[in-house]
Write a protein that binds this ligand. Sequence first.
Ligand SMILES: [Mg+2]
Length: 166
Amino acid sequence: MLFKPTFWLKNVLAINEDFLKENDVHALVLDMDNTLSMHGNPRAEEGVSEWLDKMRELGIKMRVVSNNTNKRVAPLAAILGLEYTANGAKPLPFGVNRAVKAMGADKRGTLVIGDQIFTDVIAGNIAGVRTVLVEPFHLEKTWTFRLKRKLESVVFHRNYDDLEMK
Ligand SMILES: [Mg+2]
């Protein structure tokens, strides 16, 4: 099912050593906006930087694939010490495929992590990589964003007040 994430988690901070081991994960393809940082915010959310360090300690390979522009993605990726692809064109799978290759990872041991079904989850599913849908750190207030969320909640019965925790 193209729209269905493999896992639903509160946010990236919920991904820990146990979860990675249980699911045999060695590499992460990370969305940026609302997954590592609030949309447009030049800083990462609290705890994200420490979480990335923890992932590195565990030997997890990581790379950002964002649909946002280089201008947005480059500065934060630099702060966080992450390689990245900007203008990732998700839900097309090419950015994910490139990232897996660039990390020297294999698809079976990789997760695509993001906050949007219509971009992150579909891209991962088309690429044949398991996906994690996370709750955005902050819900955006723009009408296009709200419309997309509304659509997600109607079509996929996604409930933002009570996300299933795995
Ligand atoms: Mg996002």
